[in-house]
Design a protein around this ligand. Structure first.
Ligand code: CAA
Length: 259
């Protein structure tokens, strides 16, 4: 229902699956690809039939990072004036509906950063995560030093950013970078099933839950708890809260109306 050169977008009930599709470059995140990703997210944000998004790559690579061949000759002024990493990359961090990164193979540099911009990561057993920018004479530029540190702690983040070494799926799960590991051939079915479960809830309540968890990274504990309390109270102004709690009391499944 949406056509792009570097992405494949398919519909699975209320879930949209975005597949990064530059196989010859291991899904390196070229300016064209990230522009298309931003466009696709704009469309899906506005689409009432979409309640959650799964972002994935190929079996070999989620994404091997920013496109080194595209950026190698850029000058300071090129990257400064265009504010590379540009807003199109970070569009997904402003996306209000839930996003799941389904990662198989390499998630390196900007690929790891893009996965970390999603709400959570499900990893295939062959997933490898890394911030190898140091090995090519630069540093992470799309949140790697910040999000990785918050997710896995200073020690591991520092070692990974300074040596460029990769983490396998087992280490990533142990470190809290990914929610769980599934066999490679179950990655997409599992991620879609998880997204469909989320999409079966009330969308406005889901948006509030996501916003509340995300605020934990931006606010003090007191402010965050205050914000959570206000959102929690506001769920009582929705029809879906009445429906959810009445359905429980009447021992029947709820029928949410996104109201
Ligand atoms: N940019 C551009 N092209 C890339 C790429 C990248 N990040 N990663 C892989 N490719 C290309 C390769 O150049 C190669 O193309 P050709 O066939 O035309 O030579 C093709 O994809 C296949 O790659 P390899 O032959 O290298 O495959 P491999 O299986 O031997 O190795 C790999 C896989 C370990 C992932 C290796 O490709 C690699 O190290 N890639 C670069 C990883 C990297 O450094 N990423 C960080 C980029 S910087 C960044 O992301 C900045 C930021 O924070 C935003």
């Amino acid at each position: 229902f949406m056509t792009y050169e570097n992405l494949i977008v398919t519909n699975h009930g209320k879930v949209a699956l975005i597949t990064l599709n530059r196989p010859k470059a291991l899904n390196a995140l070229s300016p064209d690809l990230t522009r298309e990703l931003g466009d696709a997210l704009d469309v899906l944000e506005a689409d009432n039939a979409t309640a959650a998004v799964v972002l994935t790559g190929s079996e070999k690579a989620f994404a091997a990072g920013a496109d080194i061949k595209a950026m190698k000759d850029w000058s300071y002024m090129d990257v400064y004036k265009s504010d590379f990493i540009t807003a199109t990359w970070e569009r997904i961090t402003k996306f209000r509906k839930p996003t799941i990164a389904a990662v198989a193979g390499y998630a390196l540099g900007g690929g790891c950063e893009l996965a970390m911009m999603c709400d959570f990561i499900i990893a295939a057993d062959n997933a490898k995560f890394g911030q190898p920018e140091i090995t090519i004479g630069t540093i992470p530029g799309a949140g790697g030093t910040q999000r990785l540190t918050r997710l896995v702690g200073k020690s591991k983040a520092m070692e990974m950013v300074l040596t460029g070494r990769m983490m396998d799926a087992t280490e990533a799960e142990r470190a809290g970078l990914v929610t769980r590991i599934v066999p490679l051939d179950e990655l997409i079915p599992d991620a879609l099933k998880t997204a469909q479960k989320i999409a079966s809830m009330s969308l406005p309540i889901t948006l509030m839950a996501k916003e509340a968890v995300n605020s934990a990274y931006e606010m003090t504990l007191n402010e965050g708890i205050h914000f959570e309390r206000r959102l929690f109270h506001s769920t009582f102004a929705t029809e879906d809260q009445k429906e959810g709690m009445n359905a429980f009391s009447e021992k029947r499944p709820p029928v949410f109306k996104d109201q």
